[in-house]
Write a protein that binds this ligand. Sequence first.
Ligand code: F6R
Length: 365
Amino acid sequence: ELGPYSHFMQKEIHEQPKALSDTIEAILDDGFSAELFGAAAANVLPTLSGVKILACGTSYYAGLTAKYWIESIAGVVCDVEIASEYRYRDAFADPQHLVVTISQSGETLDTMEALKYAKSLGHRHALSICNVRESAIPRASDLVFYTRAGAEIGVASTKAFTTQLVSLFALAVTLGKVRGRVTAEQEAQYLAELRHLPGSVQHALNLEPQITAWSAQFAAKNDALFLGRGLHYPIALEGALKLKEISYIHAEAYPAGELKHGPLALVDENMPVVVIAPNDALLEKVKSNMQEVRARGGELFVFADADSHFSDSDGVHVIRTPRHVGVLSPIVHSIPVQLLAYHVALTRGTDVDKPRNLAKSVTVE
Ligand code: F6R
């Protein structure tokens, strides 16, 4: 079943070009149409006035990324909340805000309960982004988009995450289109970017030997800090979660602009710092944050793209993806952080597919 791979996690990381192609197939065929999200979506999507995303763990980080896309591409207000927090607070509910749950398994209890609670507060419509057909959460939702990642067996979510991301991107563009904000020309541009995505992800997978070469340096440390800004901040969060979950190394993520408001105090030669730094509008800001780290002796491990114009220097190690892929860049940059966590865990000899204390589907509170 594992083929040439040592673990399900490694296999599932490498299945991402296929998982993404399968998930976007219908979009490439028919464009960004409301029907992708269910028969009722053509009536629902034009009328909503906001989006409320509810999820846990890695799926929550997919939601955080979606907020950037939904607000910038669709021009719709979007808030994202951890399901286990939302379900127990007196939340404000606008009936016209679409509830979007994100769940690989479709059975996560906190996400299910948050959905029921949102409905009880008066939210009229709920969209489930889910990888398992006919599971509890899509059954309780009037709109559904199934990611087509295939069965995910490793406890650490990988291909489910990137397929969630691409689905949420499709939601953002579709919302923008039905609201008259995305022009036909822009739609064609987004389709072209989607078409290139599986190839760009494959290029990122080809970086595995370079990433493996970094793993010993992380495996020897007790902590790691992940930095990103904008669309890439949630990818820093995801990188830190993957690392702690499977290698048991304490890791945190911060939006790089927050460094000087506290976490910079942690930085010294024992704190490797991973930076997600593709060539986007915030790159110059990220570069000055990197100097702040370097000045305190922190060693930098940078995931950049060919357009970021970085090179290795003392205490600065750089791995580059071949080209900048615009708004889909967080999907491509998920790959190196997954591979880093995987290879650090291998070096430490942990049980990669079944990390201690964790279950694949969290159906208890
Ligand atoms: C992390 C991980 C978990 C899940 C979370 C939600 O690698 O897998 O954080 O993302 O338990 O699970 P689903 O998406 O099934 O609701």
